[in-house]
Design a protein around this ligand. Structure first.
Ligand SMILES: NC(=O)c1ccc[n+]([C@@H]2O[C@H](COP(=O)([O-])OP(=O)(O)OC[C@H]3O[C@@H](n4cnc5c(N)ncnc54)[C@H](O)[C@@H]3O)[C@@H](O)[C@H]2O)c1
Length: 444
């Protein structure tokens, strides 16, 4: 089987590398010439564990290649995946589908009406009805095209998580396929057959159902995080421990222990934009989601509240120097999209003497962002901490989990840690003489 994947970002590149690892021939396409040049020279554009090795292995085996030109392999492709971005359209909060339609137009132009039909698969997260709308758009753009005879569109939303993307793609909890014909079903069955060995559930549904499953999943997970964040606020006021609350409710099989980690609010390339898009989908069809609307509002307020938390812990900040550990929206990625740090740090820059920042992977992207203008970039954790009045830990990278706390104490002007991810134990920190402020566990 030959596959083309349009959009070589987090999803496109990981899907391409993994499908080629399954044994298929994959061409990853992107309009960003620089990215494709780099990939052709062995340079991986994103930070994602194990991705580099997988890409190199499959390029060497000649199963994976990169191009800026969709036309090159189009004729030979059994399936054409669309994995371009669907960011928020800031004018209306809906998913912006301009890249999707750019690609739909390009595909429509390339379809050979005398050849076998082409299966187009949306892997991008797209609002319900987009698969159908892409078909209508293509039929309208090129009048001689016929649905089923020349092409059709299926939905195969992606659930990988940055930071564990390869593992998630190779060992998913499930695969969701929205199809409208046996032709689409049989191609997707073949593409995911390698997962049968692991008995991965592969769910086939109508296209609209598949499109909604993706938003419903992200909406639910965002709600779970927001819920535990609110419980953490209550814990702080009543003297309860959110870690124990999370464990106590998570052991209930109906609730489950995942996504019950309190923090500074969710961010990243998916939850914020997908909750906004889901809210708009609901409004558009007359089924407004009060839950999702609250989740969005509560989460936005939470990021701002983190600054208040820091102020409350440290008192006047005007003459204080802070060290920030971690700025990406989560560990093991360089993705800065909608990270809570983008709200917290600009405010800290305004009200403190100095903000020093260290992150293991996010700094090269962050250095170009206006939100970080005025910070001092540091090359490692201890250099960052040195001579500052407090540490603010925003992202729980592994290397921050086992700091040499004696060394930290000697480097800091005062032994203060504000841990927005609860990676240390309050009792141990107190024994070591730290003023340790965390989430939902009171402050010592
Ligand atoms: N990042 C994630 O963790 C994740 C997880 C699941 C689903 N998704 C969804 O997958 C989609 C892609 O997300 P991403 O994070 O990989 O995006 P991304 O921004 O990392 O990558 C998108 C790529 O598409 C390219 N592109 C845009 N228009 C193009 C065109 N006309 N032709 C060729 N290339 C084009 C861009 O240059 C870019 O490299 C989104 O809909 C997202 O919601 C993302």
């Amino acid at each position: 089987m030959n596959i083309s994947i349009i959009g070589t970002g987090y999803v496109g590149l990981v899907s391409g590398a993994c499908f080629s690892e399954f044994g298929f021939n994959v061409t990853c396409i992107d309009k960003d010439k620089n990215k494709i040049n780099n990939l052709n020279n062995g340079l991986i554009p994103i930070y994602e564990p194990s991705l580099e090795d997988l890409v190199k292995k499959n390029v060497k085996a000649k199963r994976l290649s990169f191009s800026t030109n969709l036309a090159e392999d189009f004729e030979n492709s059994d399936a054409i995946f669309i994995a371009v971005g669907t960011p928020t359209n800031i004018k209306n909060n809906k998913a912006d589908l301009k890249y999707i339609y750019e690609v739909a137009k390009e595909i429509a132009e390339l379809i050979n009406i005398d050849a076998d039909p082409k299966l187009i698969v949306t892997k991008s997260t797209v609002p319900v009805g987009t698969g159908k709308n892409i078909e209508s758009y293509m039929l309208n753009y090129r009048k001689e095209l016929k649905i089923n005879l020349n092409f059709e569109v299926a939905s195969n939303p992606e659930f990988l998580r940055e930071g564990s993307a390869i593992e998630d793609f190779m060992r998913p909890d499930r695969v969701i396929c929205g199809v409208e014909s046996n032709f689409a079903k049989s191609i997707l069955e073949k593409l995911y057959r390698p997962l049968n060995l692991r008995e991965t559930p592969i769910l086939f549904s109508k296209r609209e159902t598949a499109e909604l499953i993706k938003y419903a999943a992200n909406g639910f997970l965002a709600t779970k995080i927001t819920f535990i964040n609110e419980m953490a606020d209550i814990c702080e006021r009543v003297g309860a421990d959110i870690q124990e609350v999370a464990k106590g409710i998570g052991l209930d099989g109906r609730i489950g222990s995942k996504f019950l980690h309190p923090g500074p609010g969710f961010g990243g390339s998916c939850f914020p934009k997908d909750t906004r898009a889901l809210s708009e989908i609901g409004k558009e069809v007359g089924a407004k989601s009060a839950i999702i609307d609250s989740v969005i509002k509560v989460n936005e307020a939470r990021k701002v509240n983190m600054v208040k938390k820091i102020k409350d812990a440290l008192g006047p900040l005007k003459n204080k120097s802070l060290s920030i550990l971690g700025i990406t929206f989560k560990p093991n990625t360089d993705d800065m999209r909608e990270s809570p740090s983008l709200v917290i740090i600009p405010e800290l820059i305004k009200i403190t003497k100095e903000v020093k920042v260290y992150d293991p992977a996010g700094m090269s992207i962050a250095k170009e962002m206006k939100e970080f203008e005025g910070v001092t970039w540091m090359n490692d954790t201890y250099e960052c901490i040195n001579n500052t009045d407090a540490i603010v830990l925003i992202t729980e990278w592994n290397e921050f989990r086992a700091l040499d706390l004696y060394k930290v104490k000697t480097l800091l002007n005062k032994p203060v840690i504000i841990d927005l991810r609860n990676i240390y134990k309050p009792d141990s920190m107190s024994e070591l003489g730290f003023q340790y402020v965390s989430i939902g566990r009171g402050s010592i």
